[in-house]
Design a protein around this ligand. Sequence first.
Ligand code: IPM
Ligand code: MG
Length: 354
Amino acid sequence: MKIAVLPGDGIGPEIVAQAVKVMSALRSDGLSIEMEYAHIGGAGYDAAGDPFPAATEQLVKESDAVLLGAVGGYQYDNLPRPLRPEQGLLRIRKGLGLFANLRPAMVYPELVNASSLKPELVSGLDIMILRELTGDIYFGQPRGIRTLETGERQGFDTMHYSESEIRRVAHVGFNIALKRGKKLCSVDKANVLDTSMLWREIVTEVGQEYPQVELSHMYVDNAAMQLVRAPKQFDVILTGNIFGDILSDEASMLTGSIGMLPSASLDANNKGLYEPCHGSAPDIAGKDVANPLATILSVAMMMRYTFARVDVAQRIETAVRKTLQQGLRTGDIAETEMQKIGCAAMGDAVVGSL
Ligand code: IPM
Ligand code: MG
């Protein structure tokens, strides 16, 4: 298993260090894991003047999987767009063709009180958000800021999805649904956007190949509301890049903390980039208080999706569960001061449980 490790910025290096502890423990147990580090985001800019340096691109192309921490920091906020940390992330996604972004939102019984919703609304919750990741308004051309004849400036972006882009991610969605609760809800804005009208048409067409899966469609504004009204109605949510960006942050709060949410971004051959859903949290960087569990759970997803080692994935997930059962919590999920431990201690505890 050749894994590229890209810690990135902010809390990235601390949380990735905990996931590396877990991978090193697995290696001591006989898994053949090879790890190599490279820079991304602000760290790439600092090291090589580029948020996605050529050396990093080379490494990730040669690797089977990528583990990424997070990118972004205040010190980079005024750089021109091509040099900003987020571009590193967008370029690695696009460059590797990682069009299918899986963001599971699961409520652990131990954390049901950490959710911002009432326990009965979220207990047992298990949603998979499948976000298309290489198209949509994120990448559409033309875009920019232009000056109109009136002298006023105007910002503009282009939303588009081609049939093939919709079709391939829809297939991934139906296949995931088949392995879960067999329900797929496609989220769009077909009452206003032409892009969404085509999205809905193609998803419906692909759905005919999966008669075992119950397909429904929902407008994104309603989906945002339903997620906080009755989230357990969902099994798999399939949506485009920008709607998925927003809904996955919303869904994370159902689980108690965005610090618990892993993600997988896959290409057509299950090569993948694995990263926590949360950002680089520069305000708490270097303080040893970040929650490393989303990153550790991202390693579990890597074992499941890229390496087809469900046994190893379950072992990591069980270790996380056990650690939570011991009452250990980072600040974001702690109910009492007594339970609170730091990022590194959490990593050690998971390795202990493993
Ligand atoms: C995410 C993030 C990124 C995105 C940013 C950092 C570019 O919010 O992974 O959800 O918008 O995709
Ligand atoms: Mg986001």
